[in-house]
Design a protein around this ligand. Structure first.
Ligand code: PXL
Length: 277
């Protein structure tokens, strides 16, 4: 079984962060490992606090796990501050970890900031340290706008922003189109080297979208661990998120979670029903 590690923050409401990542890994049949960079206090309506794990202890988690277990891919989510970004990149380089997917997490679905340090400094570290260390990055539209300083209103703008981001020293750039104005289709794009790919699926009208960004990058890391090409892994990750959204459900009063096991549970229920006949 392939082994995939997430380096991310904890969401105690279970919808996003490393909880979403581990659910994704389990649903996609890989073994999941998790290094915690920050503990958040949040529910479906708001993030009420962030407690960053000290960088020495983030390093200790990575060193201890990787001294024992070889991983096939890593995804990074919320890293919270510059010191943690530096520490994580240094360790991943030292252990020559392959297939690094960087989700440049800045803001939660609830709209709250997921950084425990001044945004400008974290952005500098994203551009100069974290993104150049990745194999693929997966910003959503607001994140791509902040990273490039360009407004993104349509698919052409997404492509222009991807080209811009490549200049930071990263060859594979995904931009997730879920934040484009509500439409018939959900469009994501990938720029891989010189080639553009477009991924389209029907738009799912739901407010239960908490954790979809985390889930997408985790699913992408799974595909890379399993040996798919980047363009194939993006397609499969999008399908996985689409399915999880279809089975999303209301938990709490805010934005509920995607449901990573929705399809698996349905198949099991169908089979059990057939058995009863
Ligand atoms: O989706 C971004 C994200 C990442 N990490 C943590 C989060 C969230 C969104 O809520 O809570 C811990």
């Amino acid at each position: 079984m392939k082994k995939v590690m997430t380096i991310a923050g904890s969401d105690p409401s279970g919808g996003a962060g490393l909880q979403a990542d581990l659910k994704t890994f389990a649903a996609m049949k890989v073994y999941g490992l998790s290094v915690v960079t920050a503990v958040t206090a949040q529910n479906t309506t708001a993030v009420t606090g962030i407690h960053a794990v000290p960088p020495e202890f983030v390093a200790k988690q990575i060193d201890t796990v990787l001294a024992d277990i070889i991983v096939d891919a890593v995804k990074t989510g919320m890293l919270a501050n510059v010191k943690n970004i530096e520490t994580v990149c240094e360790r991943l380089r030292d252990f020559s970890v392959p297939n690094i997917v960087v989700d440049p997490v800045m803001v939660a679905t609830s709209g709250d900031l997921l950084m425990s340090e001044h945004t400008d400094r974290v952005l500098w570290a994203f551009r100069n340290i974290l993104i150049p260390a990745a194999k693929v990055i997966t910003p959503n539209i607001p994140e791509a706008e902040i990273l490039t300083g360009r407004e993104i209103r349509n698919v052409d703008d997404m492509k222009a922003a991807a080209l811009n981001l490549q200049n930071l020293g990263i060859s594979n750039v995904v931009i997730k189109g879920g934040h484009l104005e509500r439409q018939k289709e959900a469009v994501d794009i990938l720029l891989a080297g010189n080639d553009f790919y477009e991924y389209r699926d029907t738009w799912i009208a739901t407010k239960n979208t908490h954790g979809t960004g985390c889930t997408f990058s985790a699913a992408l890391a799974v595909g890379l661990a399993q040996g798919l090409r980047v363009n194939e892994a993006v397609g499969r990750a999008k399908k996985f998120v689409h399915n999880a959204l279809q089975y999303g459900f209301a938990v709490g009063r805010g934005r509920g979670p995607a449901n990573h096991f929705g399809e698996i549970y349905r198949l099991l229920d169908d089979r059990a029903e057939e058995g009863e006949k």
